[in-house]
Design a protein. Sequence first.
Length: 297
Amino acid sequence: MSTPGRSAATTLTGWGMVLSGAAAVAASLWAVSPYPPLIPELALAGLAVLFAGAWVVASYRARADGPLSKRYVETRRPNPVLPYLFAFGIPLAALAAFLTGFTVSSSYGRETERLEQVGYGTYEVTVVRLATKPRFDPGNEDQDPHYYTDLTLRIPYASGPREVTVRGMYTRHKPPVPGMKVDVHFAPRDPGTPVTENGERDRTGRFVSLFVLVFVSPFLLVAAIGMKSQMDKDDLHELRRFRTLVHLPALGLLLTGLVLLLPMALEFQVAGRDQLYALLASPTPILALIWVLRTRR
């Protein structure tokens, strides 16, 4: 039997919204898609939006069908899961949006995967001969004395060693000589990949993720525990009943955050920018929670 603002449909659509949203956050943090397009994450987020719209419609219908002449009295116990979903899910959603801003491009991601498959990395190789006379640089306060030389190197490819000349090799303190060992980047299983002295791949995204894991996660955990301690189960349980002035602005904030993530998630720019919008999206889950808690009564 329907009650004001609540029915089997509102329960189903409400939990569908929450669980699909949580799955989208988990997929993003787990990096299911390492580079755009972030199809699984967007599909789950889109499903959450559909459930949210269905929840609003079902709530209006339940309210219209309910016994309006009676004051509504909640008879079900508060769900013990809700405080944890709010306290831990909201900070994680903000974190997922923030990390999305550091997603590498699809072209860079595909090239990185290809290089990993062919063994690209730093290897020590032997100098065969000097291709040019060493050019000495005395250095300065920030740089040691060094030499620049074009060197012919013996590269031990998987298919057999080859001699490759690398331009502008850097050596410290003393000029290179045949037989000397130097470090270069190359792909042992792909002779077509250039041999370079400094071929480090950009690890900004991984560095940010590692930094967040080590330094930011503990603060998020403490904040979530603090939020959990301040949440009243009865108040949160009451929030399951749709209220226009409470839920529509909060859902609007969450939808705004999702829209701001689209340029990074689908790899297109708006006014020449994409990362900025993802960073602007990161506080929207927290703002939505603040709005709900401040207007719940």
